[in-house]
Write a protein that binds this ligand. Structure first.
Ligand code: WT7
Length: 653
């Protein structure tokens, strides 16, 4: 993967500028206003949302370590589902809210209007209520990318219950940990999840997970394939049968702006994944605003984000942002390469997609298949292209720009995180020139700072590099870690006092534009999925044959980063190909297929300091095949282990 910087700039066309919600001059003016008077700025933006009780306070934030507290619009009340559905019914009841494109292109797409969405969400809310779900209760959602996933999210929001979505690629163990982590009352799943022509047995995964949870957890099962499932009477509930009987009206609950809307588990540099908590008023305001402005979404457009609702991108930019704006949002069940490498472009042409939002890993995979897969399809409706999840290499950016966008669609490289709720840095289509691989400019209300990693002092001026922090809060920011506020403060507010620490490195170039350089902690980014190396390590050492493990990321052509594991076996165990295979399967079982090790190297010893700390810097270099710059190894307890690791580096060459 080429990582060299390409500083060519691409200015937006006159046509793009003429259409845009925000031009360069407007950006400057609005950005300045958002910095000078954040309260005034956000009070105005919150008018995007229908409030039941208007707020009188806008912002109440304390970033001081030990007392961190973040509140927006704290005395206002609203309902998110009413904002995403009911308020559109009078004007766009017959407009598609969701276009659903199934895994198999031979199956029919569905167009779900706002009225139909209203009925389905109310039915689901009634079903959940009949299962005992009320305000503040937690509901785990473990579903394929089917419309019922959106219904489930919105039904929870309508009741005032808190959803926690678990990506369908997670294993039963990971699912159980998340059900227990938030003490969920109900899990919503489906019989099977078709993806790329294969089927994941979701219900049987849920069955396995439920062996490790409280007996009181109930399971609501959506029929997707009709595949056989085991059934436990009393525990398992048939969604399709219950919804058919349920009423299609349900009064939306009045929620405080700071009531939790959802929990979403994400990986960090230490320990097990943490439950990121997003709340109601600020989150929705921020998701709606960024969706409209970043993608330059206009009424009547067809918008497609290819993410899965199991990730924050799917929350903010498939469901909440677009529906709050009354948009038509496309939901895709499949994968980019099924049945062939033209699928994305076939879907774009079929549904006349105007804004398309995907991840660098997908772009790289498709780029490798050649331009003919794109050229076969009519992409003349495309106007904005987006990317998210990891730094995009210039080669992939240029291909996206030239082959997909034909040089006429601005690329918004949106940098943000599960924690941030919405985009924090991105060029805006009609306001900014773009550069291949740069996140360019802060969104309104966002004050990025580049800090010296050692001293924590702000580095002023341009042409500088350091760690990326944010100076002040924005409405979409996470509020806490579920059940562990201390961990929240420690993770984000303790290393650099008075700032929100992003965990990313960043460069502000000579023009003052921002480039994300990647994580500065032990988090790796595999195909745009965030993975804590500590999580994979603890999965490995849980295997009886493993004495010790160290996991690092290394550059991977398609995935961005691959998972490289150094494994030290117990004295009585011998390395073998079978054991290597067994460990791979083991990690998949412990965490899920997304955590499959790409490389396992047997390590008789790991490089450690005399105090026993593993020197990951050295392991990273070896994994990268970069032996010339290992740095000082003389402080190691046993420097000879390094020679052994180099000598035996896995998949040599
Ligand atoms: C991490 C957050 C936000 C939705 C998807 C991932 C990396 C994300 C970009 C980008 C460079 C990016 C960062 C960030 N990242 N977008 N446009 N350019 N890096 O959410 O799983 O919370 O991961 O993804 O390292 O910290 P996430």
């Amino acid at each position: 993967m080429t990582q060299e910087r390409d500083s060519t700039t691409y200015a937006p066309s006159a046509e793009t500028v003429a259409r845009a919600h925000v031009t360069a001059a407007q950006y400057d003016e609005m950005y300045a206003a958002s910095m000078q008077d954040p309260e005034g700025f956000w009070a105005k933006q919150a008018e995007r949302i229908d409030w039941i009780k208007p707020f009188s306070q806008v912002k109440d934030v304390n970033y001081d370590f030990g007392n961190v507290s973040i509140k927006w619009f704290a005395d206002g009340s609203l309902n998110v589902a009413a904002n995403c559905i009911d308020r559109h019914l009078a004007t766009r009841g017959d407009q598609p809210a969701i276009i659903w494109e199934p895994d198999d292109p031979q199956d029919a797409a569905q167009h779900i209007t706002y009225s139909e969405l209203h009925g389905s969400v109310c039915r689901m809310a009634n079903v959940l209520q009949s299962m005992g779900v009320g305000k503040g209760d937690r509901v785990v959602i473990y579903l394929p990318m089917i419309p019922e996933a959106a219904y489930a999210m919105l039904a929870c929001a309508r009741i005032g219950a808190i959803h926690s979505i678990v990506f369908a690629g997670f294993s039963p163990d990971a699912l159980a940990a998340r059900i227990n982590g938030c003490d969920a009352k109900v899990i919503i799943t489906a019989d099977e999840a078709p993806r790329g022509g294969r089927k994941t047995p979701l219900k049987s995964n849920a069955d396995a997970a439920l062996l490790h949870t409280k007996d009181t957890v109930k399971c609501l099962v959506v029929k997707r394939t009709g595949g056989q499932t085991t059934w436990i009477d009393g525990r398992d509930h048939d969604y399709n049968a219950l919804a058919a009987e349920a009423s299609d009206s349900f009064e939306p609950a009045e929620m405080n702006a700071e009531d939790p809307l959802f929990i979403l588990y994400t990986s960090g540099s230490t320990g097990q994944p943490k439950g990121v908590v997003h709340t109601t008023g600020g989150y929705l305001t921020y998701a709606a605003m960024t969706h409209e402005i970043t993608f330059d979404y206009h009424d009547g457009d067809i918008y497609w984000c290819t993410a899965d609702v199991g990730w924050v991108t799917g929350h903010s930019y498939i469901v909440y942002g677009p529906l709050a704006n009354g948009a038509t949002t496309l939901m895709f069940e499949g994968v980019p390469t099924y049945p062939d490498a033209g699928r994305f472009w076939e879907v774009c042409a079929k549904h006349k997609v105007n804004q398309f939002y995907t991840a660098p890993t997908a772009i790289r995979a498709l780029m490798g298949q050649g331009p003919e897969w794109v050229e076969k399809h009519d992409l003349s409706d495309l106007r904005t292209l987006g990317t998210v999840g990891e730094p995009i290499n210039p080669e992939a950016w240029n291909w996206y720009n030239d082959v997909v966008g034909k040089g006429k669609c601005p690329i918004v490289d949106t940098w943000w995180q599960t924690e941030t709720g919405g985009h924090l840095m991105t060029p805006l289509p009609g306001a900014h020139a773009t550069k291949p691989g740069a996140a360019m400019k802060p969104f309104f209300g966002i004050a990025p700072v580049v800090l010296d990693p050692q001293t924590g002092v702000e580095i002023e001026g341009n042409g500088v590099e350091g760690v990326l922090c944010i100076k002040d809060s924005w409405p979409g920011q996470m509020r806490t870690v579920w059940g562990d506020h201390e961990r929240f403060e420690k993770t984000y507010f303790s290393d650099y006092k008075g700032y929100y620490f992003t965990g990313d490195g960043c460069r502000r170039d000579e023009d003052g534009d921002y480039w994300i350089t990647g994580r500065v902690d032990d988090v790796i980014n595999v195909s745009g999925h965030r993975m804590g190396t500590a999580e994979v390590e603890s999965a490995l050492v849980a295997h009886a044959a493993v004495a010790e493990a160290a996991v690092v990321g290394y550059p991977h052509e398609i995935k961005g980063q691959g998972i490289y594991c150094y494994v030290t076996l117990m004295n009585d165990r011998e390395p073998s190909d079978e054991l290597m295979k067994e460990l791979r399967t083991w990690v998949r079982t412990e965490i899920g297929p997304i955590a499959s090790p790409d490389v396992i190297q047997w390590a008789p010893g790991l490089p450690k300091t005399r105090s026993g700390k593993i020197m990951r810097r050295i392991l990273r270099k070896i994994a990268e095949n970069d032996f010339g710059s290992l740095g000082d190894t003389s402080t190691l307890a046993d420097p000879s282990v390094v020679d052994d690791l180099i000598e035996n580096r896995a998949n040599k060459g």
